[in-house]
Design a protein around this ligand. Sequence first.
Ligand code: DGL
Length: 270
Amino acid sequence: MDNRPIGLLDSGVGGLTVVKEVLRQLPNESTVFIGDQARLPYGTRQPEQIVRFTRQLVHFLQAQNVKMIVIACNTATATALPILKQELNIPIIGVIDSGSRAAVQVNKNQKIAVIATPATIKAHAYQQALLKLAPTAQIKGLATPEFVTMVERNQYQSSSSQEIVTQILQPLRTFSMDTLILGCTHFPLLGPLIQQAVGSNVHLIDAGAAAVQAVHTQLQQLNLAAVQPELIQHQYYTTGDPRQFEEIANDWLAPQHIHARHIDVEELKS
Ligand code: DGL
């Protein structure tokens, strides 16, 4: 057993969709989350930069004495996870393998679509993971970076947001998939709008939620699960504005009351 926290990271508030699942599925665990909002978006950056930023976040979490790290960001998983795995001596889990497994489990018509950031789509990470599991499946990827902006600006509840989401997902109309992977941890916040746009017969796969099952399995296998900790703590850091972070976090993680702390990007570099 190990009562130390699990560390989670993302470029912004999207990783909170994974934190939410940790709170739900692993209620004994403490967490430390960091969102790099000052340098968001990652999804339109070059791979070298994404690796460098992700490494800095990982080092920050290690300094908080976490027992395991979850890369709660598809972009960082696709680009940086294979490299960081070789550098680190603590367990580190991404979101793409679990998301792909969950998709293949429900998929019936051999057509799976993935919406993600441009960097994730370019890395072909889902393509590779899915074809290993389902070699005959047809996969269609669509980059939808606008969704990240909508979530970060807390615009996903405005009256025009349904129209925008439907418009952006238009290129998937003729593909007729029965499974759609939300390949960016920001996207579950738009879940109802995306479902409405693609129709109720399409399964939406929350890759982050699926990853928490893998976290659970690893905690058990490595004997790292927390056992009746006296104090369960959830800490939140952002390189951006903590008030803006709290607004979305309190809405998404209610009834939890979130207090976020600011950490300067310069501190991460040192
Ligand atoms: N939440 C991140 C992901 O899962 C992406 C957001 C960004 O572009 O920074 O890919």
